[in-house]
Design a protein around this ligand. Structure first.
Ligand SMILES: Nc1ncnc2c1ncn2[C@@H]1O[C@H](COP(=O)(O)OP(=O)(O)OP(=O)(O)O)[C@@H](O)[C@H]1O
Ligand SMILES: [Mg+2]
Length: 256
């Protein structure tokens, strides 16, 4: 992104963002509620057009590429998409729909697509829910299906917007390890993860982009950006950051 700004309702939601994600570098986007994280990712995935500036994703410059085709090369997991899924959707159809970058299935899938969907469901440990409609599933089961859906078209860029939201301790850890394993698989997608919890930053994520009120507060190597002082600046209160064995934890000192 080069000098990217995004204005809605006369509000500057993203303000002069410059960001270069190299292939194979996995990034975490941090920032308080409303700082612009989801907006930034929606733009990256070709769902929003910048008000100003230039966006180039997977070598394709916005304005010179059919965004529907570009979206097929990008996987998305997050509530923005989840909210659009009908509760009656069959899990296998949901996974296969990722192939077409659509919510329903409007093209005719092949037998092989369903086989691949079953394999992915097994890989993501959600193959036991394939007979239930999407609406009745637990949060963790839904998140796993959404990741399977995002992976079915072998995306080059995988966007994970709070993928651990609502997961219990164990399900969260399992999902984080699935994400870490994916980063170490053969020819992995480049991943961009949004989270509010430092402990969800797995070792494969080496870089952090920190947003405050739509502006980039800091970006670069995780070890630099996650320093306590920087977190304090982003959130406006003292935040103590601890690193242990390649994972991070935070303690917030809220005085009332
Ligand atoms: N179309 C829009 N019109 C008006 N305001 C908008 C629009 N889209 C987003 N916003 C505002 O822009 C800000 C950034 O929204 P965004 O969803 O990107 O935040 P976020 O960092 O993802 O927050 P959260 O951590 O709560 O998910 C919010 O204040 C939101 O209300
Ligand atoms: Mg968000």
């Amino acid at each position: 992104m080069e000098d990217v700004s995004f204005v809605r309702s006369r509000r500057m939601i993203l303000d002069q963002i410059n960001w270069n994600v190299s292939a194979g570098d996995h990034w975490v986007v941090l920032g308080a509620n409303g700082s612009g994280k989801t907006t930034l990712l929606q733009m990256l995935a070709g769902y929003l057009w910048p008000t100003r500036g230039r966006v180039t994703v997977l070598g394709e410059r916005f304005g010179q590429v059919d965004l529907r085709l570009l979206r097929k090369r990008i996987g998305w997991v997050g509530s923005f998409l989840e909210a659009q899924i009908p509760s009656t959707q069959r899990p296998l159809d949901l996974i296969v729909s990722g192939k077409f970058a659509s919510i329903g299935i409007f093209e005719v899938p092949e037998e092989q697509d369903y086989r691949q969907a079953c394999d992915l469901a097994a890989q993501l440990r959600c193959d036991h829910v394939l007979d239930s409609p999407y609406g009745v599933l637990s949060q963790g089961e839904k998140q796993r299906l959404l990741i399977a859906r995002a992976l079915i078209h072998r995306p080059r860029l995988l966007i994970l917007d709070e993928p651990c939201a609502g997961l219990d301790l164990v399900s969260r850890e399992l999902l984080l390890h699935t994400i870490e394993d994916l980063a170490h698989s053969e020819d992995p997608p480049t991943m961009v993860l949004v989270t509010h919890h430092l402990e969800e930053i797995m070792p494969a994520f080496g870089r952090v982009f920190m947003l405050k009120n739509g502006r980039c507060l800091a970006q670069g190597r995780k070890e630099e950006v996650l320093k306590s002082g920087m977190m304090e600046e982003a959130f406006g209160i003292p935040v103590h950051v601890v690193e242990e064995g390649g994972r991070y934890w935070s303690r917030v000192a809220l005085t009332r």
